[in-house]
Design a protein around this ligand. Structure first.
Ligand code: 13P
Length: 253
């Protein structure tokens, strides 16, 4: 396991209404109140952010959004700005999730602008990258990750990026029950960290947290977390039930 403080983050995707989200978040808050040496973050849908943030006030569970727009305001129907997220109580924002890339036309260039917007507003970006199954089978995993990292973080310098979290989520492992083996996860994380070292230097690369995402469950989390470059998890399905999610938070017990 790494010396970086692990982050266990739940991405609720398009699940739970406001009431359902508050109920689950309040339950999680009680379940993880004694968690030590680990950070916890929940990313509910936009419509539930404010209520969930209120319910989690004063707890050790942070709130994140699942997306944002890069502009501060304007005629962008259906979009939400960084300032709106901050006011709703967010400290984190997931950016570039593969579902946004796949279904909503997110590109490395838009990801780059969104990271910039998040950082300017003091939000911690959780920057998602990962290859598809076809890309892995074609032996393109590292070149895909290389491009996503270089283009997503283009024109940033080390100082800008402090606090940013990277999430490696192989697309073939998301919601499929097919987890990457811990060796596959470690290999990808090590590649990403060494690329970050090349781009931004060692102090940044050794401090940045790289989460693994893709079918993380209570029965595989510990093995993944034991790998030296795995600093946490970004969890979809297994984050929806507070009991199950709390088992991930206590991965070390
Ligand atoms: P699952 O944990 O459901 O595979 O989803 C992973 C994910 O996409 C988290 O962002």
């Amino acid at each position: 396991m790494s010396s970086r403080t692990p982050l266990i983050a739940g991405n609720w995707k398009m699940h739970k209404t406001g009431f359902q989200a508050v109920e689950a978040a309040s339950q999680l808050k009680r379940l993880v109140e004694d968690a030590a040496d680990v950070q916890v973050m929940l990313a509910p849908a936009f419509s539930a952010l404010f209520q969930v943030a209120q319910a989690l006030k004063g707890s050790n569970v942070a709130v994140g959004a699942q997306n944002l727009h890069w502009e501060k305001q304007g005629a962008f129907t259906g979009e939400v700005s960084s300032e709106m997220l901050v006011e709703a109580g967010c400290t984190h924002v997931i950016i570039g999730h593969s579902e946004r890339r796949l279904f909503f036309g997110e590109t490395d260039a838009s990801v780059n602008r969104k990271i910039q917007a998040a950082l300017s507003a003091g939000l911690i970006p959780v920057f998602c990258i990962g290859e598809t199954e076809a890309q892995r089978e074609a032996g393109e995993t590292f070149s895909v990750l290389d491009k996503q990292v270089r283009d997503g973080l283009k024109d940033f310098v080390f100082d800008d990026l402090s606090g940013i979290v990277v999430a490696y989520e192989p697309v073939w492992a998301i919601g499929t029950g097919k987890t990457a083996s811990r060796e596959q996860a470690q290999e990808a994380h090590q590649f990403i960290r060494s690329l970050l070292d090349t781009l931004f230097g060692k102090p940044f690369a050794s401090a940045v947290r790289i989460l693994y995402g893709g079918s993380v469950k209570p029965d595989n989390v510990r093995a993944l977390m034991e790998m030296p470059d795995v600093d946490g998890a970004l969890v979809g399905g297994a984050s929806l039930d507070p009991e199950t999610f709390s088992k991930l938070v206590f991965f070390n017990n």
